[in-house]
Design a protein around this ligand. Structure first.
Ligand code: NAD
Length: 298
C-alpha cells in the first residue's frame, strides 16, 4: 500500500530514513528548518513542504526525527502539526526524547483525535543509510501494526516494547548499559596498562570470558584487538560522545524522577557530559578511555 507520509526533521538520521520511504514507493512530504537538509532530501525524491504543518495536511502518517522532546512538543502543540492533520492520522516520533515528553506527545496526539507511537532507533547514521535500524516502539498494538510497513522500509527490526513511552524507556535503559560498560571496559584497559598487561592479552581473555560485552568485542576502546573499531581511526565516530551524553542525561533524569538508585548510571552521565564538552566533542564515545588514561597517575 502506498502511503502519504509527512516527515519533519531531515538531518543526519531523518534524511536517509525519508529517502528509504521514497524508495519503497511512498509519497513523502518533508520539512526541515535547514534549507540545506531540505534540498538534500529533495534530491532523494522527498517533496519539500513550506512548513512542518504543511507536511501533515493530507498525510496518513507523520514522522518526526528531531533533536529533543521540546522540539517534538512545540511542533505537535504550538506549531500546528497535530491541528493540520486529518483526524485519525498516525504520528510516529523516532527522535530520542525524555520518557515524560514522549508520554505528553502521546496525550497531545490523542487529544487532537490522532494515533501515536514513540519509535526511537538504534543503529546510528550508518544504520539509517543502510536501512538496518532497530526501532523500539511504545503505544498500542494497532498503532504498531499500522506503522510496521514504514518501519520495515527504514530499518531491519522493530520491537514493540509496550505502552506509550516504552520505546523511549527501552532506548535509554539500553544506552545506560552501554555507557556504563564502555567506562568499565576502558578502566580495565587502563588498569591493565598500569599492571603491564598488553591490550591484546586482556582482550583475548575478556572477549571469551565473563567480561565480554559489545563495548569490548565490537567497539573496543583501544586500537588493535578489533580492526574497524573507532579506536583504530583516532576515535572518529561511530557513536559520537555528545549523543551518548544526551542519552545518559535522559536516563539520569528518568532515574532521578523515579527515585531509582542508579549510582553508576548517574556517574556515567556526569563522566560523558564532561567528556562531550571537552576533548570528546567530535569523538566516538569509546574515546573516553583517553580521558581516563590522562587522569591516571603514570
Ligand atoms: P540532526 O541534528 O542531524 O537532525 C535534526 C534535524 O531536525 C536538523 O536537520 C534540524 O534542522 C531539524 N529541526 C530541528 N527543529 C526543527 C523544527 N522545529 N522543524 C523542522 N526541523 C527541525 O540530528 P540526528 O543525528 O538526525 O538525530 C535526530 C534524533 O535521532 C535525535 O533525537 C538523536 O538523539 C536521535 N538519534 C541519533 C543517532 C545518531 O547516530 N545520529 C542515533 C540514534 C538516535
Amino acid at each position: 500500500e502506498t502511503l502519504t507520509v509527512g516527515f519533519v526533521g531531515l538531518g543526519r538520521m531523518g534524511g536517509p530514513m525519508a529517502a528509504h520511504l521514497v524508495a519503497a514507493g511512498h509519497r513523502v512530504l518533508g520539512y526541515d528548518l535547514s534549507a540545506g537538509s531540505l534540498a538534500a532530501a529533495a534530491r532523494t525524491g522527498v517533496e519539500p513542504a513550506a512548513s512542518a504543518a504543511a507536511t501533515a495536511a493530507g498525510a496518513d502518517v507523520v514522522i518526526t526525527m528531531l533533536p529533543a522532546g521540546r522540539h517534538v512538543l512545540a511542533l505537535y502543540r504550538d506549531e500546528g502539526l497535530l491541528a493540520a492533520a486529518r483526524p485519525g492520522t498516525l504520528f510516529v516520533d523516532c527522535s530520542t526524547i525524555d520518557v515524560a515528553d514522549a508520554r505528553a506527545a502521546h496525550e497531545a496526539a490523542a487529544a487532537a483525535g490522532h494515533q501515536a507511537l514513540d519509535a526511537p532507533v538504534s543503529g546510528g547514521v550508518t544504520g539509517a543509510e543502510a536501512a538496518t535500524l532497530t526501532f523500539m516502539a511504545g503505544g498500542g498494538e494497532a498503532e504498531f501494526a499500522r506503522a510496521a510497513p514504514l518501519l520495515s522500509a527504514m530499518g531491519g527490526k522493530a520491537v514493540h516494547c509496550g505502552a506509550p513511552g516504552a520505546g523511549q524507556a527501552a532506548k535509554i535503559c539500553n544506552n545506560m548499559i552501554l555507557g556504563i560498560s564502555m567506562i568499565a571496559v576502558s578502566e580495565a584497559f587502563v588498569l591493565g596498562e598500569s599492571l603491564g598487561l598488553s591490550h591484546q592479552a586482556l582482550y583475548d581473555v575478556a572477549a571469551t570470558s565473563s567480561g565480554q560485552c559489545w563495548a569490548l568485542s565490537v567497539n573496543c576502546p583501544v586500537p588493535g584487538p578489533v580492526p574497524g573499531s573507532p579506536a583504530g581511526r583516532d576515535y572518529r565516530p561511530g557513536f559520537a560522545a555528545p549523543l551518548m551524553a544526551k542519552d545518559l542525561g535522559l536516563a539520569a533524569a528518568a532515574a532521578r524522577a523515579g527515585g531509582v538508585d542508579a549510582e553508576l548510571g548517574l556517574r556515567a552521565a556526569e563522566m560523558y557530559a564532561a567528556f562531550a564538552e571537552g576533548a570528546g566533542a567530535a569523538q566516538d564515545f569509546s574515546g573516553i578511555v583517553r580521558a581516563i588514561r590522562e587522569r591516571s597517575a603514570p
